[in-house]
Design a protein around this ligand. Structure first.
Ligand code: TMP
Length: 208
């Protein structure tokens, strides 16, 4: 049995990755492909509890190190409990965020340092890496307007504001330069149809 494909979606908050992930899932279903969808942080019973702690706006005293370790704890859980078994059984895995988020948010924007985040990312994932990553690139102001349009309260990380999101975006762009084969940058200001047609093409190219 061949191993499934591991596809991740990344970008700053409000970049539109959930919409694209839905479109890809719809296509996978239509084609009868065997896959699972997961999200980070979360995706397991333990991980969803950690997610609540991480995003709770009342936890404004959380230190940067505590934050980093909680993201990695959730990642360690989902990788061992869900992602590795699925890939090994031949299922494709579509994941909303993975370790690139930690590199961009904690490593770059929070200045925890890439040496530390790279080390913890490898530990938490046992070295499992996505086959393909879509980075939906958008300026923070447009992304923020989209989030506001969706309504709902901002979570602890969204509350950090536009300059923080700008740093995260820079971090992502740097990552995409380092790993230009795996990370495909997509202009997320295009229409959702145009964005998806690029994503679909690249996924199908990889599968064929
Ligand atoms: P979501 O809103 O896309 O579900 O992601 C939750 C938030 O957590 C989002 O603001 C990005 C942030 N995050 C990190 O800061 N580091 C990480 O490693 C992950 C996975 C998410």
């Amino acid at each position: 049995m061949s191993k499934g494909l591991f596809i991740t979606f990344e970008g700053i908050d409000g970049c539109g990755k959930s919409t694209q992930l839905e479109l890809l899932k719809e296509d996978f279903r239509k084609e009868g492909l065997d896959f699972i969808e997961v999200r980070e942080p979360g995706g397991t019973a333990v991980g969803e509890k950690i997610r609540n702690i991480l995003l709770d706006r009342q936890n404004d005293s959380m230190t940067r190190m505590a934050e980093l370790l909680l993201f990695e704890a959730a990642r360690a859980q989902i990788t061992e409990e869900v992602i590795i078994p699925a890939l090994m059984s031949g299922k494709h895995v579509i994941c909303d965020r993975f370790y690139d988020s930690t590199s961009a948010y904690q490593g770059y924007a929070n200045k925890m340092g890439r040496d530390l985040t790279d080390f913890l990312n490898v530990k938490a994932t046992s070295g499992v890496s996505p086959d393909l990553t879509f980075l939906l690139d958008i300026d923070p102001k447009t992304a923020c307007d989209r989030r506001t349009g969706r309504g709902g309260e901002e979570d602890r990380i969204e509350l950090m504001g536009l300059s923080y999101q700008e740093k995260v975006r820079e971090g992502y762009i740097e990552l995409s330069r380092e790993e230009d084969k795996r990370i495909r940058v997509i202009d997320a200001t295009m229409t959702r149809e145009k964005i998806y047609s690029e994503i679909r093409k690249q996924v199908w190219d990889l599968m064929s």
